[in-house]
Design a protein around this ligand. Structure first.
Ligand code: AMP
Ligand code: MG
Length: 286
């Protein structure tokens, strides 16, 4: 008989990956598989099983939204280029009905976006009730790229930590369960993935010469991530730090985190707003 999830996870993903303030990010093993004691094949098998549960839970959430409910889920994905954010969207979020997903990627702000405060485009992209929102990069870039590339004075971006926390507390209070995932890829693995993008004509569209500039600033990014994790992991919006050198693991882990968030909403199926027996009788009479 196949092993149960409880046997395969020595420590559940949400416990094993939840950021503990003060942990040394630079000492993280990006190839590790925290909490997991199964094989890769068992991981892929469990991910498929969870996918069915995820799809069922997402449909409940959608039904809840359609019948006046106010809950939603927001999955925030942060991580450097090649950390696998797109793969998470495709392989994890891709297991649910796309009609119930609101996906948004955040790049360099457009001219219109720059005319507003940095939270403007974020607020506009928040999931409405019943939906699973996915942010590929997010408001946290305000303390990452903005800090590393000195796009704002120190005094300005330093204020953002508190603003980010206040904003997320407000979003959570309005009914959105927030799951923040930082995907952490090693410098070596990133180099391999970028080399692959350069070698394959079908991957050139994904390559950005700016990715090399980011690599040259890796220590500064690690410092920025360290402080972001320490200062913006809150009860309402905790960070989960997911080692990303093994894609099968990071995808499995995010599947568990997302499934857990949906499960925690504890939604049943909404009751019929009509008389079921009467409708059956009406149908039979046609
Ligand atoms: P990609 O995710 O590969 O499409 O790249 C998006 C780019 O947009 C990355 O280089 C991010 O650092 C950049 N970016 C995202 N948000 C911001 C922001 N608020 N300010 C400046 N650059 C940003
Ligand atoms: Mg990129």
């Amino acid at each position: 008989m196949a092993k149960t999830p409880e046997q395969l996870w020595k420590t559940p993903a949400d416990e094993a990956l939840r950021w503990v303030r003060g942990t040394d990010l630079s000492a993280l093993d990006q190839a590790a598989t925290p909490g997991w004691r199964g094989s890769r094949a068992e991981g892929e098998e469990l991910m498929a099983v969870r996918g069915h549960e995820l799809a069922d839970l997402q449909e409940r959430l959608f039904a809840h939204g359609r019948t006046g409910g106010d809950r939603s889920v927001l999955l925030v994905l942060q991580g450097l280029d090649t950390s696998g954010k797109g793969g998470i969207v495709q392989h994890v979020v891709g297991m649910v009905d796309p009609q119930g997903v609101m996906h948004r990627g955040f790049g360099v702000p457009t001219e219109e976006e720059r005319e507003h405060g940095y939270l403007w485009r974020i607020r506009n992209a928040l999931p409405v009730p019943g939906y699973v929102g996915v942010f590929d990069r997010s408001h946290h870039e305000q303390v990452l790229v903005v800090r590393v590339n000195r796009l704002e004075p120190v005094k300005t971006w330093r204020r953002h930590y508190r603003e980010l926390n206040e904003f997320e507390a407000e979003v959570a209070a309005s009914g959105t369960a927030i799951v923040k995932v930082a995907l952490v890829v090693s410098a070596d693995e990133q180099k391999k993935r970028l080399a692959k993008r350069l070698d394959r004509p079908d991957k050139h569209w994904k390559y950005n010469p700016n990715d090399i500039d980011v690599r040259l600033k890796l220590p500064e990014y690690v410092a920025a991530y360290q402080e972001m994790l320490d200062r913006t992991s809150t009860k309402e919006a905790p960070w989960y730090v997911v080692p990303a050198d093994r894609k099968w693991y990071s995808r499995l882990a995010v599947t568990e985190l997302l499934t857990g968030a949906l499960r925690s909403l504890d939604l049943g199926w909404p009751p019929a707003s009509f008389d079921v027996a009467a409708e059956k009788a009406r149908l039979a009479a046609t």
